[in-house]
Design a binder for this molecule. Structure first.
Ligand SMILES: Cc1ncc(COP(=O)(O)O)c(C=O)c1O
Length: 390
């Protein structure tokens, strides 16, 4: 389909990769790899690898700043890849998405305050919330068996509670792989705006949507500017191990308040390696590579979907719109609780994330599909054998 090597597994050995640790010896011997986490199981883009190599060969990791050329690069990428116009002064570099949540709650909330999130949703966000003495307040998504939607009635009630100062929106929404569109974003902004609730829009997967799906950010759909959009190259090119994010903050007062808290927490240099990676990835070549990578992942989605329909009808994929994870409803295999499901997938040697950690009921899993198709097929075959032996 393309000249890229998406079919070749990446070598994780000797890197203390957490994902590597999720593939047991038994799985390795059987030619299987874990679908845990949201990292590629093939190499990243050649332009990113080249940029990293050239940077290392310069032999200098000097203190550096997010200068004008960097800011222009980020603006240019958002325009080219996402059709999103931002201004360079809106960009606030930080040391990662999760760490920015900690900064955010310290800057804008008091101990005991609530941060609203829509379960099932990315779980690590709640660690800095909890560790900073704030509370997660759940506004569970509604599920009709096919697709998820927002419970606006409950969202309105929660935003009206003055103790809930922040709303965490995940777009594309991990783990369900849904992209919230114009109408949803407008409605969310309307409700948050009416109660002056600050929106933290986690767009870490914002660069990775499937063809034909429109990825929008709040500034493209509403005049309400009580939002922070968190973007990062981490998921775009699977460089997640290096903590870095660019928060986009249009409202100047919010921006200054965030920057003050960020500097209290982590005053220091911009990561020079990460800067090089951005210059390699945020290019036309990088954009084309990401589109090719997503086209490959889409084929993997079709593979999983048709395999399950034909051979394991007890499991169903929720149609994805973005990210490169799949959310799979496995309740049809009829196990009773979280432990039973976990044991089943372990014995099946099908490494994946349990849905419960994201706030879902037992029986849902998340699987990464930025993986060579041969490994996806091998995983599905192992899964089928396990289901048949139930
Ligand atoms: C939705 C979402 N947000 C944030 C992160 C973590 O970002 P960081 O490594 O920059 O803290 C992840 C990682 O999987 C994620 O899925």
């Amino acid at each position: 389909m393309t000249d890229y090597d998406f079919d070749i597994p990446v070598d994780r050995s000797g890197m203390a990769s957490i994902k590597e640790g999720k593939t047991t010896e038994q799985m390795r011997k059987a030619g299987l790899r874990s679908f845990w986490g949201a990292e590629f199981e093939f190499k990243t883009a050649p332009c990113v690898i080249r940029a990293g190599r050239e940077w290392a060969e310069r032999g200098l990791a000097a203190y550096c700043t997010a200068d004008d050329s960097y800011r222009e690069l980020v603006c240019g990428w958002m325009r080219m890849h996402r059709g999103w116009e931002i201004q360079k002064e809106w960009i606030v570099p930080t040391y990662g998405m999760t760490c920015s949540v900690g900064t955010l709650v310290r800057a804008f909330t008091q101990p005991g305050d609530g941060v609203i999130g829509m379960d099932p949703v990315y779980h690590m966000t709640w660690e800095p919330v909890r560790l900073n003495g704030r509370r997660k307040v759940s506004c569970p998504l509604l599920f009709d068996g096919e697709t998820y939607s927002i419970d606006y009635h409950r969202l309105e009630e929660l935003c009206a509670d003055p103790r809930n100062r922040v709303l965490y929106v995940c777009n594309p929404h991990n783990p369900i792989a849904k992209v919230w569109g114009r109408e949803d974003l407008q409605r969310i902004a309307e409700i948050a705006g009416a109660h002056q609730v600050l929106i933290y829009s986690d767009e870490i997967f914002g660069d990775t949507v499937y063809e034909g799906v429109e990825m929008l950010s709040f500034s493209q759909v509403t005049d309400y500017d009580g939002w922070i959009a968190a973007t990062s190259i981490g998921k775009t090119f699977s460089v997640t191990g290096i903590g870095q994010a660019n928060l986009i903050i249009r409202n100047e007062e919010i921006r200054q308040r965030f920057i003050t808290q960020r500097n209290r927490d982590h005053y220091g240099s911009f990561d020079p390696y990460m800067r090089a990676i951005y210059f390699g990835g945020y290019t036309k070549e990088g954009s084309e590579w990401v589109r090719a990578m997503m086209a490959y992942c889409y084929q993997n989605y079709l593979l999983v979907d048709s395999y399950l329909r034909e051979r394991i009808p007890q499991m169903r994929v929720i149609r994805p719109e973005g990210s490169y994870v799949l959310w799979i409803d496995c309740r049809g295999i009829g196990l009773s609780g979280e432990e039973e499901y976990e044991q089943f997938f372990e014995e099946a040697m099908f490494g994946c994330d349990s849905g419960v950690q994201y706030g879902s009921e037992p029986g849902f899993i998340r699987m990464t599909i930025a993986v060579p198709a041969g490994l996806v097929r091998a995983g599905l075959e192992a899964l089928e054998r396990a289901v048949r032996s139930l």
